[in-house]
Design a protein around this ligand. Structure first.
Ligand code: SF4
Ligand code: SF4
Length: 353
């Protein structure tokens, strides 16, 4: 059976610098209004948590020798954090790469200029719609022009420079599915790539419920270890590390916490702690069906090789049924085939045999 190796340090650190958001998107698994009002809204979100500059620098210095890639999101809007600028500057200063996704509301010309000045690797703006009506359903706001402005702020600030690589994202839902084609048509003229993702329903990634015509037939007959727990660390704003990006959505956040970087002396200690290794052991021995959450999740299909296709306009990469990257062929000068930052690079060194 195929086995995976986690190495000494995560390849990707999904880092929640703080746990707040300036929107309440109806489809948000964390901050939607109905979630905020429900009885099991986690205490974690009711309280503001935020890394301070000393803690941020400690994380960056600790992992810098291993050159992981940072994704500055979990369940938050990164640009509204007090230490956002400090963090992106330090990540680049220490020679690492990073990306983040933003709802764009606070992506001002000043932030865009900063990102271009430090040659930040990649930014995606959640657009999700071609009409104000669809945007209202996706984000709870109708201001498509404001979201577009964020993208054009980035394009303008970058000018003739190479970075950041700029993308827009689209979560495929029933109400906007028929907008995917016009969305691609419009944005291919402006951005470097477009990412579409299936909408994962609460805590149960199910390939047959993510939009499109995916079926369970696409899943391999034999369960594979999930790449997520061998390549990615999900670091929450209070220092907790959860099993993966899917379980970070648990309403009882504590039940999938594997450790805490403040209490256990850093990222590397948690990455190799007993609990993380125990969970990986289940996956590498083919027995993860006995693990809560993993037993009802098929997100592990990401472990399969990604598909690649070239069309007239795009170099399309499909890491799994859940995600598709449409790289605009005329805008590949800032794209590297094997680079991990925007999650379409190859992480081959996870593979043991
Ligand atoms: S912008 Fe993102 S984190 Fe914020 S509410 Fe919307 S989906 Fe959730
Ligand atoms: S199988 Fe699903 S729940 Fe388990 S580690 Fe992978 S993504 Fe997370």
């Amino acid at each position: 059976m195929q086995k995976l190796d986690s190495g000494k340090c995560p390849k990707i650190i999904r880092w929640e610098l703080h746990n707040q958001c300036n929107l309440s998107c109806p489809h948000c698994r964390h901050h939607a209004l109905d979630k905020r009002k429900s009885d099991n809204y986690p205490e974690f979100y009711k309280t503001k948590h935020e890394f301070d500059e000393e803690q941020i620098l400690k994380v960056i210095k600790e992992v810098a020798p291993y050159k992981p890639s940072f994704t500055l999101n979990v369940a938050n809007e990164p640009t509204i954090g007090r230490h956002f600028e400090y963090t992106v500057r330090k990540i680049k200063e220490y020679g690492m790469n990073g990306t983040f996704n933003t709802n764009g509301l606070k992506l001002t010309p000043q932030i865009a200029e900063l990102l271009a000045d430090i040659a930040w690797d990649s930014v995606t703006v959640s657009v999700d719609a071609t009409t104000p009506e669809s945007l209202m359903k996706a984000r709870g706001i109708p201001f498509l022009d404001i979201v577009h402005k964020a993208v054009f702020n980035l394009i303008e600030a970058r000018g003739n420079r190479k970075f950041p690589r700029i993308g827009v994202t689209f979560v495929d839902c029933d109400y906007n599915h028929n907008e995917i084609e016009p969305f691609l048509e419009f944005w291919k003229k402006h951005v470097d790539f477009i990412r579409t993702t299936g909408y994962i329903q609460d805590l149960v990634p199910d390939i047959e419920k993510i939009g499109g015509d995916h079926t369970r037939q696409e899943m391999p007959a034999e369960r594979l270890p999930c790449k997520q727990i061998f390549s990615d660390m999900v670091l929450r704003a209070n220092g907790d590390v959860t099993r993966c990006v899917i379980t970070s959505e648990s309403p009882n956040l504590d039940d999938t916490v594997l450790g805490n970087v403040f209490e256990e002396g850093g990222v590397l200690n948690v990455w190799k702690n007993v609990e993380f290794e125990r969970i990986r052991g289940f996956h590498n021995s083919g027995s993860c069906n006995s693990l809560d959450y993993c037993n009802s999740c098929d997100y592990w299909i990401e472990t399969l090789d990604m598909k690649e296709e070239v069309t007239e306009d795009f170099l399309i990469r499909e890491p799994s049924a859940y995600t598709k990257f449409y790289n605009v062929r005329s805008k590949l000068d800032n794209w590297q085939r094997n680079k991990v930052y925007d999650r379409q690079g190859l992480i081959v060194d996870c593979l043991l045999d």
